[in-house]
Design a protein around this ligand. Structure first.
Ligand SMILES: [Zn+2]
Length: 85
């Protein structure tokens, strides 16, 4: 099992927050480190690694217009949702 932290939007608490992604057998556990809401994504390890990679790429794109997302580094970090765009 390996752990990955990356920013994502949480539909439970409504913030952009640091998520912890645990690769597990049969998929990925995604836990919001702000509100501890977790969800399970089913898929192969490769699909889950691609998902993490794509999520990180998306954050880089988002940071071009909303640089505050780059502040999301540690467990519990969260910010108001960036403006859509
Ligand atoms: Zn949350």
């Amino acid at each position: 099992m390996e752990q990955n932290l990356f920013p994502s939007n949480c539909t439970s608490c409504g913030f952009w927050s640091v998520f912890e992604a645990d690769l597990v057998k049969g998929g990925l556990n995604m836990t919001c480190t702000n509100c501890n809401d977790s969800k399970f994504l089913q898929g192969t390890q490769k699909e889950m690694r691609d998902f993490i990679s794509n999520s990180r790429k998306y954050v880089k794109v988002l940071a071009l217009t909303n640089p505050e997302v780059l502040q999301l580094k540690n467990r519990g970090d969260h910010i108001d949702p960036p403006k859509a765009g």
